[in-house]
Ligand binder design. Sequence first.
Ligand code: PGA
Length: 253
Amino acid sequence: MRKQIAAANWKMNLTLQQAEALMDELNATPHRLSENQEAVFGVPFPYLINIKNKLAGKKNVFVAAQNCYSKKSGAYTGEVSAEMLQSIGTDYVILGHSERREYFNESHAMLAEKINICFEYGLKPIFCCGEPLDIRETGKENGYVETQLKECLFHLSAAQLTGFVIAYEPIWAIGTGKTASSEQAQQMHAHIRAVMAKKYGAEVAGSISILYGGSVKAGNAKEIFGQADVDGGLVGGASLVAAEFAAIINSLK
Ligand code: PGA
């Protein structure tokens, strides 16, 4: 049974004090995770150790970096390597978020390298894909997302993709308050699974957790997560509010 995941993406928000207070508040807010469910906290690099410590002893709860560099080590001032992340106990790395593709010019080729280095150091990628508004409006979203999958993932082995995590985030729904309808989410998630099945077979495709991202909140999570091919969410704004994120965790199926 593939994992159902509620992943927080704090982006570049919160001071350390605010972050720790948020985790304390979340810990005090009733939420539960069953055997096949996970909560993942995608936090800024400087807080990974602190938040990991806050989660110590808790089951099915993990931390994620929001990026890493594609090279092993060396003269890359300001970058953070996969090995560094591994050495502090990081579990996941969010890769290919549309904000990184857009503001930091991350290409398919660079993302493929970043995924490779994560595998090399035992970090689990959360690979983001999703189309901009003009592509959706011209009905070309399936092909657009298929290209992202092919260019960034198709060099990987079936073993590497077994239990892999993909986040579908339509760019027009990120931070806009405009959520894809549950039908739109299901349609694209089914398409992503079909693309992966065509290349790797139904068993591998069926093991991949496909998260939806884009204005997920307590009020819509249950309906979106209820779709057959939606295995949870990657949550920005609402993950900064303890009660919202606790309710989102409780909406996992
Ligand atoms: P949002 O962000 O929930 O604030 O729309 C989602 C994301 O960008 O991961």
